[in-house]
Design a protein around this ligand. Structure first.
Ligand SMILES: Cc1cc2nc3c(=O)[nH]c(=O)nc-3n(C[C@H](O)[C@H](O)[C@H](O)COP(=O)(O)OP(=O)(O)OC[C@H]3O[C@@H](n4cnc5c(N)ncnc54)[C@H](O)[C@@H]3O)c2cc1C
Length: 380
């Protein structure tokens, strides 16, 4: 793969840069907690959308910009460089939309895609259950066929943004007799109904970004089944591939920016000649560069086969390691006052603990890389 930007890619980069310079939303508010910050991100996404920058690599016929994956990567790099906040509908943009584009029928594309881009309808992901996280195929939430649709009962957990969401990508067991991977169906479930209760969970950062959700005969009409009854596993895998590829790529770029900020801090503190600090910085620098190149390789393979491949798991795992090491180094460089509760670096340090769990744990990523990237024998 040629890593130098072509003339048109450089022009695209300059266009992004100019637009961001004129439309930067400013610093995200820290006062007002989750609600204010979500509102801020929603406004930001609306601005991105009106500028034609939501769904950068989505096809034009579905309201996207129709940009190439390389241009999408350039866009992510430029937003990281400009330190803009993430858009509010992160899960809709990175997973819900791509899944509807790949597996949805024409009516579903017509109904669901535009409100994802404009942040009018926020999406959440209802996969994990109290005893089914890594082993998704063991999930117990049941979907019962009734006239015109389905009644769904069970419990989901760690559902990020469920409290803000209109739609949930919900995987449930629709056939208890079938082998466990075959008895699943993928639903787009309306969160706005009395049969669903959303209970917030408090995180170590003090925020409540995620929730438990309890479904008691929740209603999903037939037209909101995506990919066909019994095909939930295949559709869920598409979602997870997009999640891991997206996480690794977007946050990999962010890591380079954060590392540059940390190096400045180390210089300011006069610690740049400390051999132990230098060693840790060098490891982070090498890791960040390896991650960048790994993301390029994953991108190259996605361009060939059209969908994200298992290499995304390698990026996700590496990014989690590096981001945790970076925030730990920052904590060693800062004085206790700068790490007081609520401060930016304290928040980053605490939030990074979830990196090796969210979007698939490091142990599970290692299994995927071993089996599907390196071709080693399957784990028992
Ligand atoms: C911040 C955050 C946000 C999240 N948001 C969402 C969301 O929006 N929607 C959603 O559905 N889920 C979400 N999750 C849940 C997340 O996807 C799960 O926590 C994750 O898949 C792990 O599942 P688990 O917690 O049930 O752990 P388990 O699967 O029970 O794993 C426990 C431990 O066993 C290890 N393990 C399990 N199986 C294997 C194996 N085969 N080989 C080796 N080790 C193994 C795991 O790596 C882990 O260390 C979120 C989690 C976090 C932390």
């Amino acid at each position: 793969m040629d890593l130098t930007l072509s003339e048109s890619e450089r022009a695209f980069r300059d266009e992004v840069r100019d637009w961001l310079a004129e439309n930067h939303p400013g610093e995200e508010p820290t006062e007002g907690g989750d609600i204010e910050s979500f509102r801020f991100r929603r406004d930001w996404q609306r601005r991105l959308h009106s500028g034609g920058w939501a769904g950068v690599s989505w096809p034009r016929e579905y309201g996207g910009r129709g940009a190439s994956l390389i241009e999408q990567a350039i866009f992510s790099a430029e937003t990281a460089r400009a330190k803009t906040p993430p858009p509010a509908n992160l899960l809709g943009l990175a997973m819900g939309g791509p899944v509807v584009i790949v597996h949805g029928d024409d009516e579903q594309k017509e109904r669901f895609l535009e409100p994802i881009l404009s942040a009018e309808e926020i999406w959440c992901q209802g996969f994990s259950e109290p005893e089914s996280g890594s082993d998704l195929a063991s999930l117990k939430t049941r979907a019962r066929k009734v006239d015109g649709g389905w009644r769904v009962s069970g419990q989901k957990v760690w559902t990020t943004f469920a409290h803000e969401s209109k739609w949930c990508m919900l995987v449930a067991r629709s056939d208890t007799e079938a082998p466990r991977h075959k008895g699943l169906t993928y639903f787009i479930c309306d969160m706005d109904q009395a049969e669903i209760e959303v209970r917030p969970l408090r995180q170590i950062t003090g925020e409540s970004e995620f929730n438990e959700i309890f479904l008691d005969e929740a209603w999903v009409p037939d037209e909101n089944v995506i990919g066909g009854v019994g095909n939930g596993w295949t559709v869920a895998i598409t979602t997870l591939m997009h999640e891991r590829a997206g996480l690794g790529a977007a946050l990999g770029t962010q890591l380079g920016t954060d590392l540059a900020e940390l190096i400045d801090l180390i210089r300011e503190r006069g610690l740049a000649s400390d051999p132990l600090i230098r060693d840790r910085v060098a490891r982070l620098k090498i890791g960040a560069e390896a991650l960048r190149l790994g993301n390029m390789r994953a991108l190259s393979s996605q361009m060939k086969i059209g969908v994200p491949g298992p290499e995304g798991s390698l990026s996700k795992w590496e990014w989690a390691n590096l981001n945790q090491a970076l925030t730990e180094l920052a904590a060693d460089v800062l004085n206790p006052e700068e790490l007081r509760p609520g401060s930016r670096w304290a928040h980053r340090l605490l939030r990074s603990r979830a990196n090796s769990i969210e979007g698939g744990t490091t142990e599970v990523m290692k299994n995927i890389v071993a089996e599907r990237v390196l071709g080693l024998p399957r784990a028992k």
